[in-house]
Write a protein that binds this ligand. Sequence first.
Ligand code: GAR
Length: 202
Amino acid sequence: KERVAILISGRGSNMDALIAACQKPSFPASIELVISNNPDALGLDSARKAGISTQVIDHHSFGKDRQAHERQIDAALQAHNISTICLAGYMRILTPFLINNWKGRILNIHPSILPLFPGLNTHAKAIQAGMKVHGCTVHIVTEDMDQGPILGQAIVPILPFDTEHTLAQRLLKQEHILYPQVLKNFLRKEPADCSTEALLNG
Ligand code: GAR
């Protein structure tokens, strides 16, 4: 099995979905390490409960030296013999140092139909733009934020009375289906198979 690390900053529900998927014997990955930049991330508890090694590498300890923070992340990843990294609600922009050390091996899930709505507040931006659908994207992380090669996408409808919150909740369910599916296909070097209809009914 491929040794995967997950980087989180908060709730960690996508991390939970990846952990659950990896518990199936046929899944080609095992989650070996969870790293959080935030000591209070809720996801740390659920990773510990699942028996996964966790490390807090708090960016505040490194002042403005982003690379020093990432050097420590890099060392932890190396120490655990990690082959692939999944960002799951990791709310820091990576520097070229980590991106190039792990070139093509860092995946991210972003809550929009990229290349639409990169960055933050994607649900509000989609509603504001009058979109009738919204979605999520799993992509490879490159130096251009939220612009790396797209591996898979899922969409949800935007309903007339949606708020950011109701829309985010509907989308999150699809994120939890999409991310493990894309990771599996990525590791097996197969093209992503995300049928929108299956996801909408899922
Ligand atoms: C998810 O919706 C994820 O797509 C988004 O943050 C949320 C994390 O939730 N990621 C980004 O916005 C990345 N820029 P989770 O911690 O419960 O997985």
